[in-house]
Design a protein around this ligand. Structure first.
Ligand code: GLN
Length: 282
């Protein structure tokens, strides 16, 4: 079989598995992953027979995707901001939505050369902390997680992106035991209502960590604590940015206002509320 033929057969299988939007793109990425060729090399060798070991590897990847395993787990990596991050079942795969949170934080920074102190609560893969550090060369970040396996992945990601010296990983619940003195307090907490999780795509429902998704009965459980912690941990003039679900803007806005914050909502690329930005008056 040529690669073109293998690709066609694989797309057909993934369409059958219910992957309408993703079948063609995902198949291409898995073909690339299973071959030793660069993208350009692959394009000019599509009509050559697929070598047996490549065919076997490709087939195994397609089998996994047909069972609705997330592409990011199959490839073991995902692009986020300008970085490549290792991911797996131990961490939430960073979404493009979360880049809105990074942008909101950068918009609050007046001098990108300043020696800022960043706290990322529940860092998972390290996505938010590392994206910010990549733009703030003199900053340091403390990134927490309850999961040691998540911290191990965040550590790999920090080192691979040349940010290991700027990133301190701490195993704790939320920001327990963290001392005040931060310019930015960040978090993408779990915010899906528990009962909604079972209605999500199998990729999320069956393969992503509940710890990173489940925000309790109404999905809002983490926010009162995060807001109180931001108030405790921020320096005067500091900013907190939290990711929220698309329908949680009004609720989180009033929680933060009730705590005395000045609050702004920011929208993602689809125009939905995605980040809440809080400043506290001294
Ligand atoms: N945005 C993610 C999703 O819809 C959830 C992220 C989270 O709970 N922090 O799957």
């Amino acid at each position: 079989m040529t690669r073109t033929e293998a690709l066609r057969a694989a797309v057909a299988r993934l369409l059958e598995a219910g992957l309408e939007d993703r079948a063609a793109d995902d198949t291409r990425l898995m073909l690339e992953h299973s071959s030793d060729l660069s993208r350009a090399g692959l394009i000019s060798n599509m009509d050559r027979p697929q070598p047996a070991d490549e065919a076997q590897h490709f087939e195994a990847l397609i089998d996994r995707r047909a069972r609705r395993e997330p592409l990011s787990h199959i490839l073991g990596k995902v692009g986020f901001w300008t970085l490549e991050l290792e991911v797996g079942p131990e961490v939430l795969t960073p979404r493009a939505d979360t880049e809105t949170v990074v942008e909101a934080a950068l918009a609050a920074v007046q001098d990108r050369q300043a020696p800022l102190r960043i706290l990322d609560i529940g860092t998972g893969s390290g996505a938010i902390a590392l994206a910010l550090l990549s733009e703030l060369p003199n900053a340091i970040a403390v990134a927490t997680d309850l999961s040691q396996k998540a911290l191990d992945i965040a550590s790999v990601n920090a080192v691979r992106n040349g940010l290991g010296e700027q990133c301190i990983l701490v195993r704790t619940r939320w920001a327990d035991g963290v001392d005040p003195g931060y310019d930015l307090v960040m978090s993408n907490p779990p915010y899906i209502a528990s009962a909604v999780i079972d209605t999500l795509d199998p990729e999320v429902r069956d393969f992503e960590p509940r710890l990173a998704l489940d925000g309790g009965a109404d999905g809002l459980a983490p926010y009162p604590h995060l807001i109180a912690e931001a108030q405790r941990l921020l320096k005067p003039g500091g900013t907190a940015v939290f990711e929220i679900g698309y329908d949680q803007g009004a609720a989180v806005l009033s929680l933060a206002q009730a705590a005395g914050a000045r609050v702004q909502l920011r929208q993602d690329l689809a125009g939905r509320d995605r980040a809440v930005v809080c400043r506290f008056m001294p």
